[in-house]
Design a binder for this molecule. Structure first.
Ligand code: ZN
Length: 746
């Protein structure tokens, strides 16, 4: 209240000194930092006392000293190498900071993680990690043991920055916060250091960060009129992804996602907190429902409590426009933060008001963005207002500190909740049907079965394999059947993935996808059992994903391959590109076995025998060698010339398409809008793949508007990260405009 009164009563010119006087407490501000932060903040109400200065340190290098500017300075952005260079300098100069590498991006950049705690915490990180790992597995940790572990353990809290590359403020925010957490002697910061381990991933998608930073300096720097800005993001952020990089929790396509999984299973944080920028002025995520029944109710209530604490704290400081709730439903947990939610931790997120650009712009919000409601007690500004990169940072860092402060006040409760959530999930698997899922190996394609099993394993779900026939009251299954026993800590996630997803019919339009039922997606059956005796079956636990290899049986110069919709068929055709392949036009019987229409017949050809053995081994396909081709009508199936049409204005689904082809080593021809316009397509391509695009039909036909002239997305000396994607390396110019700025939230 005092702070707010001071703000109201104090003329702007006097305000920084006053805030400093009542805010820095026992910290000494780094000389110049108060003034620079105040100057970079457009209005006093957009700043909190907590982040109005940088604490001075005689020994630890500050981001301002390192970068020669404050984080969030107008018109500047750090790229991944500068962010990592500062992270190294911070870790080297502070005994309260340690730096780890948790992954490598598609383009070879490190993905790094800062761990921050007091000196004692940093010295015993391994012990603290062992404690959270034990709490995550209630099979090994009974209630008494848990109590002891909780007494000597600490919650780990993880922040993820820069997932969406055109949301540029989070990297600068977390670098400053890391420094503040390491050096400030304010009581609340000390309590965070002493009671928690804070993890920070400053650049979770470094490929995208570097492309975006180059884009900013090349096309956006110095431009300060919002309505006249060119497109604010390059067409790709990482090799395959644009916005959809945040739809990857179940699939783990992107190295960014894999790195966060690596972090999660190593540290077992109580929260995975992802920092985004799309709502004014700060929204802390909570959905309106329906919620997903497979997430522990404790997670939903913990999240709400933390969110209201953030709303309350910033509102109390006089910062307008802080809110929660009313952001999508809460049903699909396929986002990066969902790695936490799906594994008995919290998944959290902010949307702050950020930009692709780091320049200060004038904004006007819509009527629906400025309402006052129970979940938004003080509206964002009505009318136009100026908003800077530092304003964005002020909000994000203040809220993040509020969240940490709250967790640090109740560390034991949150650790206990973390244990309880695992216990609830495990007990549900012990005490209620289904008690397990059986995934028969013989479902037409062992490769597809192994892919499903590999997916489950990578998500932390344990899978066994039957070493003897499994006889249950609801079915009998042969040796080799895969079994997902549900008496495991991630039982809830396994059930979520292996059963149909039911989104209430009357719940309106869902925020996102509503099916991640893996058996349906893989065209397989995972059969639930109501018989708890599945736990007594003779099983061995898988420690690695299975890799089925195909076999070649029979003898003779002609080869036949049954078509049962195997995953490897398309790749096999390209692998056997130099050989003739015919496909049967009708089903036939050969040697007592039925072959459906579409089955392959390879006539005798030089070099075929070795090629068939290689293909069978690599792709899990079973060929039969015979003396003569079967008596059935067939036609030649030449290798198709495949074109992939890449419309640059909307690249997400094309990225997935390229990913799928690259995974299967299938070559394709890169098709531009100009190639389509030139016509005579049949001369060059047999098949053209065109992904879903969100453009209007007219935009698809006319191409990208030319208002901003050519915007090169091209590797140059000044833009080394702007690596072209796709196979072709033709010179290419983009024409993009403000009309196709990408609309997305999280
Ligand atoms: Zn985002």
């Amino acid at each position: 209240m005092l702070t707010r009164l001071l703000r109201i009563l104090t003329p702007f010119a006097l305000w920084p000194a006053l805030v400093h006087a009542q805010a820095t407490g026992i910290d000494t501000p780094e000389a110049g930092s108060v003034e620079e932060i105040a100057q970079a903040t457009t209005e006093p109400r957009f700043l909190s006392p907590w982040v109005s200065y940088l604490p001075a340190s005689a020994t630890v290098v500050s981001p301002r000293a390192f970068l020669h500017r404050i984080p969030g300075a107008p018109g500047e952005l750090v790229d991944s190498s500068a962010a990592y260079a500062y992270s190294r300098a911070l870790a080297a100069s502070s005994p309260r900071v340690k730096l780890f590498t948790i992954g490598k991006s598609e383009e070879g950049r490190d993905i790094m993680l800062l761990a921050i705690a007091d000196e004692a915490g940093i010295q015993q990180l391994d012990k603290l990690k062992a404690i959270t790992a034990s709490l995550a597995d209630p099979r090994k940790t009974d209630a008494a043991a848990a109590e002891q572990l909780i007494a000597s353990g600490r919650p780990v809290y993880y922040f993820n920055a820069a997932l969406h590359s055109d949301e540029t403020g989070s990297t600068e925010t977390v670098l400053e916060m890391a420094y503040r957490l390491a050096v400030s002697e304010q009581p609340q910061i000390r309590r965070i250091r002493e009671n928690l381990v804070v993890l920070i991933n400053p650049v979770s998608n470094p490929d995208g960060r570097d492309k975006q930073v180059e884009w900013f300096y090349r096309y956006l720097k110095g431009k300060t009129v919002l309505e006249q800005l060119p497109r604010q993001a390059p067409p790709y952020w990482s090799k395959y992804a644009f916005v959809d990089i945040n739809r990857d929790a179940h699939q783990q396509v992107h190295e960014t996602t894999k790195a966060v999984y690596h972090m999660f299973f190593d540290w077992h944080p109580i929260a995975v907190h992802d920092l985004h920028e799309s709502e004014a002025l700060l929204l802390t995520w909570n959905g309106t429902g329906p919620v997903n029944e497979h997430i522990d109710p404790l997670s939903y209530s913990e999240r709400l409590e933390l969110s209201f604490h953030e709303v309350q704290t910033l509102t109390g400081m006089g910062m307008p426009g802080v809110w929660t709730w009313n952001f999508g439903d809460d049903f699909a947990h396929l986002f990066l933060d969902s790695i936490g939610l799906n594994h008995n931790a919290m998944g959290r997120g902010y949307e702050t008001y950020g930009n692709g650009t780091a320049e200060t712009l004038t904004h006007t919000l819509g009527a629906e963005e400025t309402t006052v409601d129970w979940y938004r007690p003080v509206a964002p500004p009505t009318g136009s207002f100026r908003w800077s990169a530092r304003d964005n940072l002020n909000y994000m860092e203040t809220a993040a500190l509020a969240a940490l402060d709250r967790v640090a006040q109740e560390p034991k409760t949150l650790l206990k909740n973390f244990y309880l959530k695992g216990l609830h999930s495990y007990q549900a698997g012990l005490n209620e049907a289904p008690y397990g899922f059986l995934i028969p190996d013989d479902q037409g394609d062992p490769t597809r079965v192994s892919q499903l099993v590999a997916r489950l394993l990578s998500l932390g779900i344990e899978v066994h394999r039957a070493t003897a026939p499994v006889t249950l009251k609801d079915g009998t299954y042969p040796v080799g059947t895969y079994v997902v026993r549900l008496d495991q800590p991630y039982r809830n996630y396994a059930v979520d993935l292996l059963t149909p997803s039911f989104f209430a019919k009357d719940a309106g339009e869902p925020y996102d996808d509503v099916s991640w039922e893996l058996p349906a997606h893989y065209h397989l059956q995972a059969i639930p059992t109501a018989d708890p005796q599945v736990r007594a079956a003779s099983l061995t636990q898988l420690t690695a994903a299975p890799h089925p290899t195909g076999v070649v049986s029979g003898s003779g110069p002609v080869y036949v391959l049954k078509d049962t919709g195997q995953e490897g068929l398309l790749e096999a055709r390209y692998q056997l590109a130099h050989f003739k392949v015919s496909v049967a036009e009708r089903s036939f019987n050969m040697g007592g076995a039925d072959y459906p229409a579409g089955s392959w017949i390879l006539p005798a050809q030089a070099g075929l025998e070795k090629a068939i053995h290689d293909t069978a081994g690599q792709l899990g396909l079973n060929f039969v060698a015979v003396g003569a081709a079967p008596d059935v009508a067939s036609h030649a199936a030449p290798v198709p010339r495949l074109g992939v049409w890449v419309p640059w204005a909307d690249t997400d689904t094309i990225g997935w398409l390229r990913y799928s082809l690259d995974q299967r080593h299938i070559p394709y021809i890169y098709v531009r809008d100009e190639d389509i316009r030139a016509g005579k397509l049949h001369d060059k391509y047999d098949v053209i793949l065109y992904g879903h695009v969100d453009l209007e039909l007219a935009e698809q036909i006319q191409g990208i508007p030319k208002a901003w002239g050519p915007m090169a997305f091209k590797k140059t000396k000044a833009t080394p990260a702007s690596t072209r994607t796709g196979r072709a390396r033709r010179r290419r110019w983009l024409r993009l405009s403000v009309t196709e700025l990408v609309e997305h939230d999280r």
